[in-house]
Design a protein around this ligand. Structure first.
Ligand code: SIN
Ligand code: FE2
Length: 200
């Protein structure tokens, strides 16, 4: 399927060319050095298969206490700032003068997946969610705002940028699986997803 037919959902295929993907990967590596990736635990006590960290005023975390945004990495240091190269993507695609205050960094190793969920820990849903894919392709599934409705799936590739705005802002979405090793961007394989959000 070329495109998901959900109002407010947009996939900008190959938004970043290979050179831009490589330089963005270097930027992400710099962030991960400052704020190491973590295997977080859901409130129900399950370890997530996707490893996470963040940049910005807030990072999204989860543990036995629940899902939330926190101004600190669990190691006690503030998250690094969101680099200009990442903010530029948001600015170009949304045209809003409000910048995101969280850049969630998701790393999918072999076998990692993310179950269907809504992004709803933010104070307001008036701002879009912008999501950048790097590395291995992932099977992105999208449903409606209500739980349990019909879903559609598309493969998102390195350099693609997904925008969820309007009616799609609170749509259920997830990543069923990745095709490990399908991209050569990350020498050891895997998929990186950057999710930009306005939190407060
Ligand atoms: C997410 O919803 O947090 C991640 C989506 C993705 O990896 O494409
Ligand atoms: Fe999400």
């Amino acid at each position: 399927m070329a495109h998901l037919r959900v109002a407010g959902f947009d996939v900008h295929k190959s938004y970043l060319d290979l050179a831009a993907q490589k330089s963005l990967l270097d930027v992400v590596r710099g962030l991960v050095t400052k704020a190491p990736l973590m295997a977080l635990t859901t409130p129900g006590g399950k370890k997530m298969s996707v490893r996470m960290t963040a940049a910005g005023r807030y990072g999204w975390i989860t543990d036995q206490q629940g899902y939330r945004y926190d101004p600190m990495h669990p190691n006690g240091t503030p998250w690094p700032e969101i680099p200009e190269d990442i903010l530029r993507i948001w600015n170009e695609l949304t045209g809003y003068d409000r910048e995101p205050d969280c850049c969630l960094i998701n790393f999918y190793g072999e076998g990692a997946r993310m179950g269907l969920h809504q992004d709803k820990d933010e104070k307001s849903f008036d701002w879009p969610v912008v999501s950048v894919s790097l590395g291995d392709e992932g099977l992105f599934r999208m449903g409606g705002v209500a739980r349990g409705g019909k879903t559609q799936s598309i493969w998102v590739q390195s350099g693609d940028v997904v925008v969820m705005d309007g009616a799609a802002r609170l749509a259920h979405h997830g990543v069923d699986r990745i095709r490990f090793g399908s991209s050569t961007l990350l020498p050891k394989g895997g998929r990186i997803n950057l999710t930009l959000r306005v939190v407060s």
